[in-house]
Structures are given as structure tokens and as C-alpha cells.
Design a binder for this molecule. Structure first.
Ligand code: GLU
Length: 294
């Protein structure tokens, strides 16, 4: 079955309740999967395409978050990041014949995702990267491979219960994210940081009243500090995570879409979810329907 808007929000709420109850979305619980790597992959791509080039190179650079437990997280002693986004990266790389140990992972924060793609710093961005018309006007975004919704993270003793309660309050998020604009529209005073970890610290020490971003990201932080933090309010946006690619490589769209579709059909998407966000105990949702490439 395919995702609808209301279903996406139901799943987001379900994820919220399950993770809040289990409180274990931290990086330590996230697993990694073995993905089947295609043989002679370069043969199936046309000359002159980005896919052929990458397959022949045998390596790919993928931008992911390093500070989002369950989605994209790399601890100080970890060799590679873990989470649902890196798992999606492994699935795409495997289709090019590139094994996980030949992927170069590059830390990407919200504000540098478009510049990294435009300047060729990375081949793909898979970093809780919502598909928007503004972004699609300057970079490529294929997907969505996951749908979540924006919520609030507050201290456990906070009275904030509904989105109306944030009017006039200090709410932090990350510069370059969709989240800051959304809370501004709700009447909050937006406070922008480079990373979510900085923003969480401000909530914990009481400098700001709440942090806001996608529910799936907030739950990872709440799970790490279950006595001090909680996730509140029904999701008030729909965030459709896409895979970013260079605007100079439009041929990547159909390849990404076909590879994601195959992963949704052959169980690789389910496995990736179960090993990462699903470690909280939440039921694996239906994978979302993919947009057509222009
Ligand atoms: N998904 C939202 C965005 O792409 C918020 C999360 C993030 O910044 O990574 O802007």
C-alpha cells in the first residue's frame, strides 16, 4: 500500500508514541545491514552518465548527518555513520557495484546541503533532507524515501502542549532547515543554530523554550535524555525526505527512483528501517510512493 498525507502523519504520531514509550532510539541501538552489491555494475549504465562514472570509479561520496541518532549518527570512535539515511546510501551505492567500505561519508549540516551538491563536494545528500519546491529549483531531489512531520522537543516540566503555546516563545532549530520557517509562521521567536546538538543543549539548560524539527529526529534526542526531555504536539508539517543530487546530473533522478523502488519491493527498505529507526520497537511503515522524475 502506498502512503497518503494522512497516513504519513499517523505514522509520525505512531513513531512518536512508540519511541517515547521505549526511549531507546539512541545510536547504540542502531544496527547496520549487509546489502547485496551488484556485479559488473558499470556495464548497465550508458557512457557519459554520472552512474557509469561512479561505478567505474568504484567509490562515491555521500553527505549524511552525523548528529541525529537513528537517522544519521557517527560517534567519536565509529568508523562510519549509522542510521536510516546511511542505510539508504548503502542501497544506492550497492546498485553501482560500490560496497559499504568504499563509500566516503561526509558530514553534512542543514545549511550546506545545497552548496555541497552544487559545488560537487558530494555525489549524493541523504540527510533528513525534505523535498521542497525551493530546493528542487536549485538542486535535484529524488524520492521521497521516508515521510515524517515537524514536532517540538521540550523539557519534561514544560507546559507546552499545543502548537498555539509557542507564540512569542524562543524556539530553536537549525539554520537552513524547513523547521525554522514553519515555527516563525506559528508566531514563535526562531533561534537558528548550525547543528541540532547545539539546539538541544539550549533546551536542556533553559536558554530556549523548545526545539523544533522532524519528529523522527526529536525522538532520538528525547530517547537519549528520557528524564529531562519529551516530544510534544501533533505533527504540524509533512516532511518528505529525498535524495539530493547535483543539478548538473539530472540523469541520476531516474536511477535513484528505480533503485529506491526496487528496495521497497524486495525488502531492503524494510530491513534498513528495522535496523535503524525500527530499533525503537515501532512497526515498520509502508514505504512512501515515489515522485516521478521531471
Ligand atoms: N527535514 C527538514 C529539512 O530538511 C528538517 C531537518 C533537517 O534540517 O535536516 O530542512
Amino acid at each position: 500500500m502506498r502512503f497518503t498525507r494522512s497516513k504519513a502523519l499517523v505514522v509520525a504520531v505512531g513513531l512518536a508514541l512508540s519511541l517515547a514509550a521505549c526511549g531507546d532510539a539512541g545510536s547504540d541501538d542502531t544496527e547496520t545491514t549487509d546489502v547485496d552489491v551488484a556485479e559488473n555494475a558499470a556495464d548497465k549504465f550508458e557512457d557519459g552518465t554520472a552512474m557509469k562514472e561512479l561505478a567505474e570509479d568504484g567509490s562515491i561520496t555521500i553527505g549524511v548527518k552525523f548528529d541525529q541518532p537513528g537517522i544519521g549518527f557517527k560517534g567519536a570512535t565509529d568508523d562510519a555513520p549509522k542510521g536510516f539515511d546511511p542505510e539508504i546510501g548503502k542501497i544506492l551505492a550497492a546498485d553501482l557495484g560500490i560496497p559499504a567500505d568504499k563509500i566516503k561519508w561526509k558530514e553534512t549540516i542543514s545549511a550546506n546541503r545545497e552548496p555541497f551538491l552544487q559545488e560537487g563536494e558530494v555525489d549524493l545528500v541523504i540527510a533528513s533532507y525534505s523535498i521542497t519546491d525551493e530546493r528542487r529549483a536549485i538542486v535535484g531531489q529524488a524520492g521521497p524515501y521516508y515521510v515524517t512531520g515537524q514536532q517540538l522537543l521540550v523539557r519534561s516540566d514544560s507546559d507546552i502542549e499545543s502548537i498555539e503555546d509557542i507564540k512569542g516563545l524562543d524556539v530553536c532549530s537549525v539554520t537552513g532547515s524547513t523547521s525554522l520557517d514553519n515555527v516563525k509562521a506559528e508566531g514563535a521567536k526562531p533561534r537558528g543554530f548550525d547543528t541540532y546538538s547545539e539546539c538541544v543543549d539550549q533546551v536542556l539548560d533553559g536558554t530556549v523554550d523548545a526545539m523544533t524539527t522532524d519528529g523522527a529526529i526529536l525522538l532520538g534526542y528525547a530517547a537519549e535524555n528520557p528524564d529531562e526531555l519529551k516530544v510534544v504536539v501533533d505533527p504540524f508539517s509533512e516532511e518528505r525526505y529525498g535524495v539530493g543530487y547535483s543539478p548538473d546530473r539530472p540523469e541520476m533522478c531516474q536511477w535513484i527512483t528505480d533503485t529506491l523502488e526496487k528496495a521497497e519491493e524486495d525488502g531492503a527498505w524494510d530491513e534498513a528501517f528495522e535496523a535503524t529507526l525500527g530499533q525503537s520497537g515501532v512497526e515498520t511503515p509502508d514505504a512512501p510512493a515515489l515522485d516521478e522524475c521531471a
